[in-house]
Design a protein around this ligand. Structure first.
Ligand code: PXP
Length: 238
């Protein structure tokens, strides 16, 4: 069984499409928690396309489970994280023109800079997770820079066409996960997970949190947010 972190970015996407005060993010977070979410995740992007600074501060006040802030390790966003003090941050790579986070973080390639960022966040009592592709080199680098946790990027698994390719990607996730657990890192996963593909990921040994957004918010259009969360929670419980 894994914990469910519901990413509510796309509630804000809808709001920002018209710059209306609704749908209200605070209400969304409360509904998710009431429906069984174990955490609320938001990504404060540099381009502020969905989540705004004020959202993060407001959510900090009302989230009772766990607030996980996804962010790029830029100076400005790190300063915001240090002021907000979420329970956990997940450092992601960010490109301005991407539709969503495209690949994992190259921890190995920026070890020194990331070690400094991890240290500053840790000193504030914030747990730090690094969003990486399932590669042993990146897992080792995550340990080396002092991260508490890795979040394995499940995007390639989610997009793999056909059973063979999917199983190959799943194997990579399992192997990277095994190494992470062996090295004493907490293990999370996310990106592109939906009601159809989540089950095999739940079974990866050592997996703790799954951060899922787009599929849940999409489903909520038809069945409501509480029901969409409950359905996902049921799937990852078994
Ligand atoms: N985890 C991380 C690190 C992400 O960047 C995202 C997307 O913001 C997610 C999980 C959630 O992905 P999805 O919206 O595809 O479920």
């Amino acid at each position: 069984m894994a914990n469910l972190g519901v990413n509510i970015d796309h509630v804000a996407t809808l709001r920002q499409a018209r710059f209306t005060p609704y749908p209200d993010l605070i209400e969304a977070a409360k509904i998710c928690e009431k429906a069984g979410a174990d955490g609320i995740t938001v990504h404060l992007r540099e381009d502020r396309r969905h989540i705004q600074d004020r959202d993060v501060y407001s959510l900090r006040k009302i989230v009772n489970t766990k607030l996980n802030l996804e962010m790029a390790a830029t100076r400005q966003i790190v300063e915001i994280a240090l002021r907000v003090v979420p329970d956990e941050v997940c450092i992601v790579p960010e490109k301005r023109r991407e539709l969503t986070t495209e690949g994992g973080l190259d921890v190995w390639g920026q070890r020194r800079r990331l070690a400094g960022v991890v240290n500053r966040l840790n000193k504030k009592g914030i747990l730090v997770s690094l969003f990486i592709d399932p590669e042993p080199k990146q897992v080792r680098a995550a340990k080396e820079v002092g991260a508490d946790c890795v979040e394995l990027h499940t995007g390639t698994y989610a997009e793999a066409k056909g059973k063979t390719k999917q199983l190959k990607e799943l194997k990579k996730l399992k192997q990277a996960g095994k190494l992470a657990v062996k090295m004493g890192l907490r293990l999370n996963a996310g990106h592109g997970l939906n009601y159809q593909n989540v089950r095999p990921v739940v079974r990866i040994p050592g997996i703790e949190d799954l951060n899922i957004g787009h599929s849940i918010i999409s489903r909520s259009v038809f069945v409501g947010l509480a029901q969409a969360v409950r359905e996902m929670k049921r799937l990852i419980k078994r």
